[in-house]
Design a protein around this ligand. Structure first.
Ligand code: NAD
Ligand code: AHE
Ligand code: ZN
Length: 369
């Protein structure tokens, strides 16, 4: 079938709006009509060429919501008409990783996903006969996409696509990092580096679990007002701090953060986020994705003296199990998504979304089809 898609033809170039061809779902796969998709910083990261796994040409996008329109042979958990969220972290419930109950990183289809193809090793997308790569197994910058059944979360019928698409990455990543990965306790002191689409969700997660002090760190002063609405108690603009930022944060938190989160993708901030943690027990969680060749460093003494460095993908969430619950939290008014969606646009304007992100003017842009 013909599908409208924003295609990443090559790194560093704007997306190109094209009519592409999509094959029917094969065994174990489903065809989904995408109704809305968010644009996450990770899409920009891959488009920039900094992602060692970045493949071109590709259809990017991993923060979607839509409806199942066709199921392939053998699909049992989904049917035509189901409202769904595509999962870049699948949940097969059978692999060693899923069964361990120690990680959300299901590996059932990770290898082919990283090569930009479906589990059978082929792509369903093409443009004038040329194969197009899938991206993160989701490719939501298209009005139809094909996914393996294990990479699809079924959600409730009344969930609005243009809001819950954000649960496909940013919301779940930020809130999940607090709840599943760091396991922040009530009364904690939390420091969050980067108050964008992810960091603001870390803030609301920290407030939800009852953190006492929630410090937000961002070089964009325009983030302060919205961050306060999402639970931030103290704002720190590193550009206004005289002297060492780590010392400033340790003093502000009277000894250091119980929990810190890096939500930017900057390895220098990752170090600061670790080192502003409390001696003996502070836990720092890396969420930001850093480019090819970048490495983190610190004095081992930081770890010897009890600080812990962690990382999280998709907020440690098991998609098919946890995503429907997060949709319920939104529908029950427990979490705020609406105020984070600052821009809505049609697919042909998707390049504006990247521009707004780079200019620091948007939190989340959402494309509706
Ligand atoms: P964003 O662009 O919306 O937000 C980034 C924020 O960082 C902005 O507010 C910006 O002003 C701030 N910032 C930039 N440089 C800074 C500095 N030097 N000091 C303090 N603040 C600074 O991006 P996002 O969508 O929130 O994504 C954030 C990061 O998280 C990206 O690296 C993205 O790839 C990554 N990410 C990871 C996961 C995961 O599963 N681990 C999921 C989603 C996104
Ligand atoms: N391909 C990149 C890694 C990118 C990355 O870490 N992705 C996160 C999700 S970011 C969503 O916005 C993730 O899920 N990681 C786990 C995984 O298996 O990819 C690189 O650096 O190679
Ligand atoms: Zn993302």
């Amino acid at each position: 079938m013909d599908v409208k898609a924003a295609v990443a033809l090559e790194a560093g170039k704007p997306l190109s709006i094209e009519t592409v061809q999509l094959e029917n779902p094969k065994s174990g796969e489903v065809l989904i009509e995408i109704k809305a998709t968010g644009i996450c910083h990770t899409d920009a990261y891959t488009l920039s060429g900094a992602d060692p796994e970045g493949l071109f040409p590709a259809i990017l996008g991993h923060e979607g919501a839509g409806v199942v329109v066709e199921v392939g042979a053998g699909v049992t958990s989904l049917k035509e008409g189901d409202r769904v969220i595509p999962l870049y972290t699948p949940e097969c419930r059978q692999c060693e990783y899923c069964l361990s109950m120690k990680t959300n990183l299901c590996q059932a289809i990770r290898a082919t996903q990283g090569r930009g193809v479906m589990p059978d090793g082929t792509s369903r997308f093409s443009l004038d006969g040329q194969m197009l790569h899938h991206y993160m197994g989701t490719s939501t910058f298209a009005n139809y996409t094909v996914l393996p059944e294990i990479a699809v979360a079924k959600i409730r019928e009344d969930a609005p696509f243009d809001k819950v698409c954000y649960i496909g990455c940013g919301v779940t990543t930020g809130i999940g990092a607090v709840i599943n990965t760091a396991k922040v306790e009530p009364g904690s002191k939390v420091v969050v580096f980067g108050l964008g689409g992810i960091g603001l969700n870390v803030l609301q997660g920290a407030r939800m679990v009852g953190a006492d002090m929630i410090v937000g760190v961002d070089i964009n002063p325009n983030r302060k007002e919205l961050a306060e609405k999402f639970g931030m108690t103290h704002f720190v603009n590193p550009k206004e701090v005289e002297g060492d930022l780590v010392k400033y944060l340790v003093d502000l938190t009277k000894g250091g953060a119980d929990y810190s989160f890096e939500c930017v993708g900057n390895v220098d901030l990752m170090r600061q986020a670790l080192e502003c943690c409390h001696k003996g027990w502070g836990v720092s969680t890396i969420i930001g994705v850093a480019g090819a060749g970048q490495e983190i460093k610190t004095r081992p003494f930081q770890l010897v003296t009890g600080r812990v460095w962690k990382g999280t993908a998709f907020g440690g969430a098991r998609g098919r199990t946890d995503v429907p619950k997060i949709v319920d939290w939104y529908m029950d008014g427990k979490i705020n998504i609406d105020d984070l969606i600052t821009h809505v646009m049609p697919l042909d304007k998707i390049n504006d979304a990247f521009e707004l992100m780079h200019q620091g003017k948007s939190i989340r842009s959402v494309v509706t089809f």
